[in-house]
Design a protein around this ligand. Structure first.
Ligand code: NAP
Length: 469
């Protein structure tokens, strides 16, 4: 950093949203060698880690071990966690901006995209986002109910979330009991009558968004057969050309190989079946007072001049009888009061992480974004590291250029938070929740038993506050 900079040390940054992007941005700011940063990380829940806690499937504990990286960041001098504080409700954007040099929004994408078809809101038709939040013990979803008394579920979408929810419906209770799946979900899934889970893609296997390990896992389930119709791996000319193009994606080629192997299998008569179906789009969810089926139209693939294949509906329709529909067609970010939002893309208006004023197209001084709310719901957890780094690079360049606004209020934000949300949770409070959950899980051989109510979390976070954790 140049000596001419007039910004007083320390550089005070507020980050809103304690998921992967928020933690990576915090870590990068605190690791910057030529600036003494102080980072205040806010989350509306008392628990940090966002989708690592509430999105990653419970039977993927290795993916969750990334938390150790975030714990090291939280130990760095200059880091503070304000859990249970909702920006936009408990404190405003303006109040944060007045007390920091910059605010970075890393609020993710917690809402579902909609299909826009009749019957979408019938009881028994749910966004996968709700189902994921429910089995992961998100406090907002703890009292949701999913009717698992039918025989067939249809999962719409060909992404990794669709695979996660299909797998969760197909795991045995013994497999679930080794995980940190919320107790209410283990109980409901243990009583589930679902025998068949149909995963429906609007395009073909060669266009599916699944990553290879996730698709492979479907073929390795203890008590569920995976079923693929050989016709679906007999590719059309457009798909063959797409897979053989220059710079073809190896992931797509491998997906076809994995599905081809599945198509050659004879079902072993396991208790459940996961049926992968392709080239079909839902047009209507059927039922009077609850889901009884889904009408789908058969699609064909049409190529544009670059060979990119889209789905086009034919005249052929079919009804798949089912009792549960989980719509897994992508997530959406949510607007925040005082922060420019692009409703079409469901992301904060930004260029490379600098938030833009929609009227002028100019950067809003001192306001940044990273993660899914910046770029949309794509990539794996590690993708957010680079995404956050790009944003932090812009922020530090603006600091260097003297383009960051000075805080206008000298009062520590902690004082305002203490006044507005006296029972907010700091990192030591979260560590008490963490230790408590782990202790509950230990005798059962589980990583943790999650607390699913905010009241319980607060009680544990504030119990014995003087004890060291
Ligand atoms: P995604 O990967 O974007 O998949 C969305 C799927 O929905 C696509 O198959 C898409 O089909 C389909 N779709 C969209 N609109 C549709 C419509 N109107 N009708 C029918 N189908 C429709 O999204 P995601 O599964 O929510 O995953 C989000 C991100 O999280 C991804 O990057 C994913 O890899 C990541 N993730 C990773 C893991 C893991 O690493 N284990 C686990 C979960 C999630 P088209 O391709 O035709 O648009």
């Amino acid at each position: 950093m140049s000596d001419e900079t007039s910004t007083p040390r320390p550089l005070k940054i507020a980050i809103v949203g304690a998921g992967p992007a928020g933690f990576y941005a915090a870590g990068q700011l605190l690791a910057a060698t030529d600036v003494a940063a102080e980072v205040d990380l806010f989350d509306r829940l008392p628990t940090p880690y966002g989708l690592v806690r509430f999105g990653v499937a419970p039977d993927h504990p290795k993916i969750k071990s990334v938390i150790r990286v975030y714990e090291r960041i939280a130990k760095k001098p200059g880091f503070r966690f304000f859990g249970g504080v909702e920006v936009g409700k408990d404190v405003s954007h303006e109040e944060l901006a007045a007390r920091h040099h910059a605010v970075i929004y890393t609020t993710g994408a917690s809402h579902d995209r909609r299909l826009g078809i009749p019957g979408e809101d019938l009881p028994g038709s749910h966004p996968a986002t709700d189902f994921v939040a429910w089995y992961n013990g998100h406090p907002d979803a703890a009292d949701r109910t999913f009717d698992l008394t039918g025989r067939r579920a249809v999962v719409i979408g060909n992404g990794n979330v669709a695979v996660d929810v299909a797998r969760m419906l197909a795991l045995t209770v013994d497999e679930l009991r080794e995980t940190d799946t919320a107790d209410h979900a283990i109980e409901a899934l243990a009583a589930s009558s679902i025998e068949e889970i149909v995963v429906l893609g609007r395009r073909g296997i060669a266009q599916a968004a699944f990553t290879n390990p996730e698709l492979r896992e479907l073929g390795e389930m203890a008590d569920a057969d995976v079923v693929v119709d050989p016709k679906d791996v007999d590719l059309d000319e457009g798909s063959k050309a797409w897979l053989e193009r220059d710079g073809a994606d190896v992931r797509e080629q491998r997906n076809v190989e994995i599905a081809t192997e599945y198509a050659g299998r004879t079902p072993e008569g396991k208790r459940r079946r996961v049926v992968l179906r392709f080239l079909a789009s839902p047009v209507k969810i059927l039922g009077d007072d609850k889901v009884t089926g889904i009408e789908v139209v058969k699609n064909e693939l049409v190529a544009d001049e670059d060979g990119w294949l889209s789905a086009r509906a034919t005249n052929e329709t079919e009804v798949i009888d089912c009792d549960l529909v989980l719509r897994s067609i992508g997530y959406r970010g949510r607007p925040l009061p005082g922060v420019p939002f692009d409703d079409q893309r469901a992301t904060i208006n930004n260029l490379d992480g600098r938030v833009l004023d929609p009227e002028t197209g100019e950067p809003v001084p001192g306001v940044y974004t990273a993660g899914w709310v910046k770029r949309g719901p794509s990539g794996v957890i590690g993708t957010n590291k680079k995404c956050a780094q790009d944003t932090v690079t812009q922020l530090l360049a603006d600091l260097e250029a003297g383009a960051l606004p000075e805080p206008t209020v000298a009062e520590d934000i902690a004082d305002l938070v203490a006044e507005r949300v006296p029972d907010h949770v700091d990192f030591a409070g979260w560590q008490r929740i963490d230790a408590h959950e782990r202790a509950l899980g230990e005798p059962q051989g589980r990583p943790r038993v999650k607390l699913t109510s905010v009241a319980e979390m607060l009680a544990v976070a504030h119990a014995a506050e003087t004890e060291t954790v």
